[in-house]
Design a protein around this ligand. Structure first.
Ligand code: THU
Length: 148
């Protein structure tokens, strides 16, 4: 696991350990609002905007499956719909009935949505169970991402 202070290629505006802990707590709490009767996989997200505001999200499933929305996109769309488009980090916590037992990396669709609004040094914090987490940048998870 890489330490926040050791991340390379990132700007000055990195969240510190205390902020990361706050985002982890918030994402874990958001799992309680997850609507996942079909998969049973509950995901929570906490999105940190450049202005310090935290936007939350959870996955919301649908009987027709296709209209389901991931926690990350719920948070990003909430923020954008309220006029915020500059982001520093997102924390994602996902797991089944047993809780968070491992990382939940964002799906390809969510990575493309992040690509639309976030720079390559956007920090992706993955809850790994207990106090553990892993840090990645969007550039690492979305190399050669498509933008216009
Ligand atoms: N899911 C998310 O919300 N975020 C991810 O990063 C991966 C998957 C949701 C979608 C679906 O409701 C459930 O997890 C199982 O795929």
């Amino acid at each position: 696991m890489e330490k926040c202070s050791e991340m390379k290629g990132t700007g000055k505006n990195l969240p510190n350990e205390e902020k990361i802990r706050e985002l982890l707590k918030t994402a874990l709490r958001q799992r309680e609002f997850s609507y996942a009767p079909y998969s049973g996989f509950r995901v929570g997200a906490a999105l940190l905007a450049e202005d310090g505001q935290i936007y939350t999200g959870c996955n919301i499933e649908n009987a027709a499956y296709g209209p389901s929305n991931c926690a990350e996109r719920t948070a990003i769309f909430k923020a954008v719909s309220e006029g915020t488009k500059d982001f520093r980090a997102i924390c994602i916590a996902g797991g089944g009935k047993e809780g968070v037992t491992g990382i939940c990396p964002p799906c390809g669709v969510c990575r493309q949505v992040m690509q639309e609004f976030c720079r390559e040094d956007f920090l992706i914090i993955l809850a790994a169970g207990g106090e553990e987490y892993e840090l990645y940048t969007l550039g690492e998870l979305m190399p050669m991402g498509f933008s216009l």
